[in-house]
Design a binder for this molecule. Structure first.
Ligand code: HMG
Ligand code: MG
Length: 311
C-alpha cells in the first residue's frame, strides 16, 4: 500500500453514459449534447459520452452516433464510448471516439444478463475490438463489472477478479476498471479487489468505478486512493445505474468525489462549482433532486447567499 496519497487524479465523467443509460425520463439528444459540452467545459480529461450497444437492449443510448457528431470536441479530452462487439466498434470508429470500452464481468451470471454471453465468449468478442482499436490508435479501456459482488451470484472471489483482469490485460487493455456495479463494497473489500488486479497489472493501469447504492462509494474511493489508484469514475449528480443490475443506483456523484479530493489537497483540474451547476441543471431536467449531497449542500449555500444579497 502507498504511504502517501496521489497528488493528482484523473476523473472520468460517466454521467452521459452510465448516468443516462437507465433513465426512465426520456432525454432528448439536445440535452445529452448540452450535458456533454458543459461537462467537458468543467475540465474533465475523459468523458464517457455514450454506448454503441444494441438499441433493443439499451434504447437510451440509441442516439450515441448523433451525439458524437454534435458535441463540441474539446482538444485534449478523451471521448470514450462502450463497444461490446465489432458492430459497436464500427460505430465508435465512425464517431471518431478516442477510447473504446469493452465491458465484461467477474461473474458468469452477470455476463449472461448484461451482454448475453459467457465470460469466455465475451473475451472472444472483445479480442477483435481491442485489435482494431489498436490499429486505429484508439485507447482501449476494459471494465470488470461486479468485482465486489454480483446481484445474481452474490459473492465474487478474488480469483474471479484476477482471472478477468488477466484476460483483459492479455487483450492489451490500456486501462482496466474495477467496478462495484451494485455498490455493496466496503473499503477493505475494495482493497482486496484491487490487490487481485494488482497481481496482473500495475496500479497506473487500474481505475475505480464505484456505484453508491449503499453509500460506501466515497469511503471506497479513499481506500482506493490509499492503494495509489489515481483514475476514478464518477457521474454528475450521482445519476445512473445498470439496467441489468436491478436496484443498483447511480455512480458516486462527481461533486462528492471532487469535494473529497479538494479536501485532501489532490488536484483534478475539474472545477467543482461548474459541476455543481451542471448537476443541479440536469437534475431539474430529470425532475428530481440531485443525488449528490455535496452538490445539494453547495447549491443551498449559494441560494442562501443570493437571498441575503437580495434582502
Ligand atoms: P445479442 O442479442 O446477443 O446480440 O446481444 P446479437 O449479436 O445476437 O444481435 C442481436 C441484434 O442486436 C441484431 O439486430 C444486431 O444487429 C444488434 P437485429 O438483427 O435483431 O435487428 N446488435 C447491435 N446493434 C447496435 N450496436 C451493437 C450491436 N450488437 C448487436 N453493438 C449485445 C448482445 C452485447 C449486443 C447486447 O447484449 C447489448 O447490447 N448489451 C448492452 C448491455 C449494456 O449496454 N449494459 C449497460 C452497460 S455496462 C454497465 O453499465 C457496467 C459498467 O458501468 C461497469 C459497472 O458499473 O459494472 C460499464
Ligand atoms: Mg457502472
Amino acid at each position: 500500500m502507498s504511504t502517501s496519497l496521489p497528488r493528482r487524479v484523473a476523473l472520468i465523467e460517466v454521467g452521459p453514459r452510465d448516468g443516462l443509460q437507465n433513465e426512465k425520463t426520456p432525454i432528448t439528444t439536445d440535452v445529452r449534447v448540452e450535458l456533454c459540452d458543459r461537462l467537458t467545459a468543467a475540465g474533465f480529461p475523459n468523458l464517457e459520452a455514450g454506448s454503441f450497444v444494441s438499441p433493443k437492449w439499451v434504447p437510451q443510448m440509441a442516439d450515441s452516433a448523433e451525439l458524437m457528431r454534435r458535441i463540441v470536441r474539446k482538444p485534449g479530452v478523451t471521448y470514450s464510448v462502450l463497444t461490446p462487439n465489432m458492430k459497436g466498434f464500427e460505430g465508435a470508429l465512425e464517431a471518431k471516439a478516442d477510447e473504446v470500452v469493452i465491458f465484461g464481468a467477474a461473474s458468469e451470471a452477470f455476463s449472461q444478463r448484461n451482454i448475453n454471453c459467457s465470460i469466455a465468449e465475451s473475451v472472444a468478442r472483445f479480442e477483435p475490438v481491442a485489435k482494431a482499436a489498436k490499429e486505429h490508435r484508439m485507447r482501449v479501456r476494459a471494465s470488470v463489472s461486479v468485482a465486489l459482488g454480483c446481484p445474481y451470484q452474490g459473492e465474487v472471489t478474488p480469483a474471479a477478479v484476477e482471472d478477468i483482469v488477466r484476460r483483459f490485460a492479455d487483450l492489451g487493455a490500456d486501462m482496466i476498471d474495477i467496478a462495484d456495479t451494485i455498490g455493496t463494497g466496503t473499503p477493505r473489500a475494495t482493497q482486496a479487489a484491487f490487490e487481485s488486479a494488482l497481481r496482473v497489472v500495475p496500479i497506473g493501469r487500474l481505475s475505480a468505478h464505484f456505484h453508491d447504492t449503499y453509500g460506501m462509494a466515497v469511503a471506497n474511493a479513499y481506500a482506493a486512493l490509499e492503494m495509489g489508484v489515481s483514475t476514478f469514475h464518477a457521474s454528475v449528480a450521482g445519476m445512473g445505474g445498470c439496467p441489468y443490475a436491478k436496484g443498483a443506483t447511480g455512480n458516486v456523484a462527481t461533486e462528492d468525489l471532487l469535494y473529497l479530493f479538494r479536501g485532501l489537497g489532490i488536484e483534478t483540474g475539474v472545477d467543482l462549482d461548474t459541476v455543481v451547476d451542471v448537476g443541479q441543471w440536469i437534475s431539474g431536467i430529470l425532475g428530481r433532486k440531485s443525488s449528490s449531497r455535496v452538490g445539494n449542500a453547495l447549491a443551498a449555500k449559494r441560494a442562501d447567499a443570493a437571498a441575503k444579497v437580495a434582502a
